[in-house]
Ligand binder design. Structure first.
Ligand code: SAM
Length: 247
């Protein structure tokens, strides 16, 4: 209820502010909807991958970028791998392996009877991975495509993908391919950046265009069932979610 003494000017000001707030809110919602449209996501991911696809990529320098203690997923890599419930003898694919930050931990965990596919679309990371893991018989390096891992049907028990889902220019094609390569009962594990307006940095909000719920819903709509979220004490910037294939 307005007091009798309320000045007509303050009423004008109040309605003006309400109109501006509605307009700003509408614009924010519209631009957010635009950024999450699949064509916009595709273009954004292609832009992100351009440097990785370049023949000029300095893989050694990027190893330094990915494998530094300041980077949360690298600092917590051993705890992450330990929390995944992997078993000796399993076949695992690390999709978007990059410089191979997780490969040594996976090799130790699946043991000599297991194997680890280090999969990436970047020609220079592939050369780098081949050299880096040439002494490991159970590491198989695979130069993949943006829409397929190129692994054989029913060949892996676990697919792991760190900091890569938001790089998929065609996530639906990748999820279809994941279903194809996973054995019945296989698991998909996604580690990616949290995207929380008001919490995540401006850079992050622009870099990662889908939040955890959107990623989870998209995976659920494409042949997987959400299994669980794995939380690791101290990890703040990234989430870990696991899915089961429905085949
Ligand atoms: C930010 S890096 C993450 C590297 C590594 N997983 C890590 O966390 O250190 C993303 C990687 O995904 C690769 N990538 C992008 N799209 C891909 C796709 N569709 N299939 C496989 N690799 C992909 C890029 O070439 C790049 O090496």
């Amino acid at each position: 209820m307005l007091k009798k003494s309320t000045h007509p000017l303050s009423l004008c000001l109040l309605s003006g502010l309400l109109i501006i707030a509605t307009f700003v809110g509408h614009n924010e919602a519209t631009s957010y909807a635009k950024t999450t449209k699949s064509s916009a996501l595709k273009q954004h991911a292609k832009k992100l991958n351009k440097r990785f696809l370049s023949k000029k990529l300095d893989a050694k320098r990027w190893k330094g970028v990915f494998e530094r203690e300041k980077r949360e997923v690298f600092r917590f890599r051993k705890q992450i791998v330990a929390a995944l419930g992997l078993k000796k003898g399993q076949q695992l694919a690390d999709v978007g392996a990059g410089s191979g930050a997780f490969i040594a931990s996976f090799v130790n965990t699946v043991g000599a009877k297991g194997s680890v596919y280090a999969v990436d679309i970047s020609p220079n990371f592939i050369k780098f991975l081949n050299k880096r893991f040439q002494a490991h018989k159970n590491v198989k390096v695979v130069h993949s495509k943006a829409t397929s891992t190129l692994l054989p049907d029913n060949s892996v028990d676990v697919i792991f993908s760190s900091d890569t889902y938001h790089h998929f220019s065609d996530p639906k094609a990748m999820l279809k391919d994941f279903r194809r390569i996973l054995r019945p009962g296989g698991r998909l594990i996604i580690v990616d950046f949290k995207r929380i307006p008001g919490v995540s940095s401006k850079w992050m909000l622009n870099h990662v265009r889908q939040n955890q719920n959107q990623v989870t819903s998209q995976i659920n709509r494409n042949g997987f069932v959400f299994d669980k979220e794995i939380k690791i004490k101290g990890m703040k910037q990234n989430y870990i979610v696991t899915f089961k294939t429905t085949k």
